[in-house]
Design a protein. Structure first.
Length: 276
């Protein structure tokens, strides 16, 4: 059940998609929306030291940051309010000036069922000097589940569930089923063996659980690495959304997010439902 949706507003193409997704879901679930700005304007344009040969990347980053201005943020807020009004969706208060751009989001997330935000924009627009750390901060402070939108909108009719067999991966499935954001979505569960022997009942048990919740389910067990093969497979099966949980536990960041999750956030061209 979704009754409150938190939306990160950053004045980027991701913001427009976040707003559209939020108002559509709010309309379907009779939910409220809350917009929170996630940009520290004083730090934009300040790309730190870059390695030799990375000058072109730094120039591109500064150009992207230049598109995110105070006027752009205000326009994003106005668009968010207008969109909510047009969709007859209740729009709650919006935080604006924040020293830490993620503080308001973390504070508000505890009283929201779903957070919608373009996580990839943290990497693409350089909102922080340490994107991995910023994302870990969101997760450890309880900002989950997160619908990490892409920079272009696509309606969600088919969701690909990346199932590793880990407890966190199973929790992600359970959270998605309980929230049921898109009640009529078709599910496709994929498990990558990653060099291990296949477990015959692993995917079947997950599919049975989804079917018990009334969803139509298709399954695949494949050889390969989720880190490199998940997004290509999502494109191959024309999935509109990828559902993921944690699957790797090594360093601090990997314990909290997982190697595969971080790589997927950086490269995803379709929305991700993340529940860590």
């Amino acid at each position: 059940m979704i009754k409150r949706i938190l939306v990160g507003l950053g004045g980027t193409p991701f913001t427009k998609v976040s707003t559209q997704c939020a108002t559509e879901l709010a309309g379907m679930h009779d939910a409220q929306t809350t917009g929170v700005t996630v940009v520290d304007l004083s730090k934009l344009g300040k790309v730190g030291p870059v390695p030799a040969g990375a000058g072109i990347y730094a120039k591109r980053m500064r150009e992207r940051q230049a598109r995110v201005t105070r006027e752009g943020i205000e326009a994003a807020i106005d668009a968010f309010k207008s969109h909510c009004s047009a969709q007859k969706v209740v729009c709650r208060r919006i935080e604006y000036e924040q020293k830490d751009p993620f503080t308001a989001m973390i504070a508000e997330a505890r009283y929201n069922d779903l957070t919608i935000f373009g996580l990839r924009s943290i990497f693409d627009y350089g909102f922080t000097s340490d994107p991995d750390k910023a994302i870990v901060k969101l997760v450890t402070q309880g900002v989950r589940p997160i619908l990490a939108v892409a920079d272009t909108y696509r309606p969600v009719r088919k969701a690909l569930i990346a199932y590793s067999g880990s407890m966190e991966s199973a929790k992600a499935i359970r959270h998605f089923l309980h929230l049921k954001p898109w009640p009529d979505v078709k599910l496709h569960i994929v498990h990558f063996n990653e060099g291990a022997d296949a477990e015959p009942f692993l995917v079947k048990d997950a599919a049975d659980f989804c079917q018990a919740h009334g969803f139509e389910v298709q399954t695949d067990t494949l050889d390969g690495q989720a880190r490199s093969d998940l997004m290509p497979f999502a494109r191959e099966v024309d999935a509109d959304l990828v559902v993921m949980g944690n699957s790797v536990q090594k360093t601090l960041i990997k314990q909290l997010l997982g190697d595969t999750v971080l790589e997927t956030i950086k490269s995803a061209d379709r929305p991700l439902f993340l529940s860590q």
